[in-house]
Design a protein around this ligand. Structure first.
Ligand code: RTP
Ligand code: MG
Length: 139
């Protein structure tokens, strides 16, 4: 099934000039970029995006981090895009990430792990709508 997923290149990766290399890995994996922009979230906007995690112990630190510098958000499209992109990202904790994944290559630690990807069809819809309207996504 052709799906769409939301990708974020997180502040740790944008700050280290890794946007091009990460987008290249995404494109080489066959995921199609159908929307793309750079944003600098406020703390409130980061809290809104990650509200599914509001009761987790890492919520305050995570939303501080996500509002600490610019991010690059994109919509990726392809067969099984949600699962395929999560495979390409690798495990949340880079110590557990497989060789060849974005997090294995670039992540600094379990929080500064360079990329985000939606984890379900339902969450992908909500997350894409948080950043893009339909006119900003190419058909
Ligand atoms: P993401 O949502 O960013 O794609 O990452 P994920 O599904 O692999 O991980 P998730 O459990 O959804 O956690 C969201 C983000 O919170 C940070 N985190 N910190 N300190 C910690 O124990 C901890 N655990 C998670 C990471 O930035 C993680 O990607
Ligand atoms: Mg997640």
């Amino acid at each position: 099934m052709v799906e769409r997923t939301l990708s974020i290149i997180k502040p740790d990766a944008v700050q280290r000039n890794l946007v091009g290399e990460i987008l290249t890995m995404i494109q080489k994996a066959g995921l199609k970029i159908v929307a793309l922009k750079m944003l600098y979230l406020t703390k409130k906007q980061a809290e809104g995006f990650y509200k599914v995690h509001q009761d987790k112990p890492f919520f305050d630190s995570l939303t501080d981090f996500m509002s600490s510098g610019p991010i690059v958000v994109s919509v990726l499209e392809g067969e099984n895009a949600i699962e395929n992109y999560r495979k390409l990202m690798g495990a949340t904790n880079p110590e557990n990430a497989e060789e060849g994944t974005i997090r294995k290559k670039f992540a600094l630690d379990i929080e500064k792990n360079s990329v985000h990807g939606s984890d379900s069809i339902e969450n992908a819809k909500t997350e894409i709508a948080y950043f893009f309207n339909e006119l900003e996504i190419v058909g």
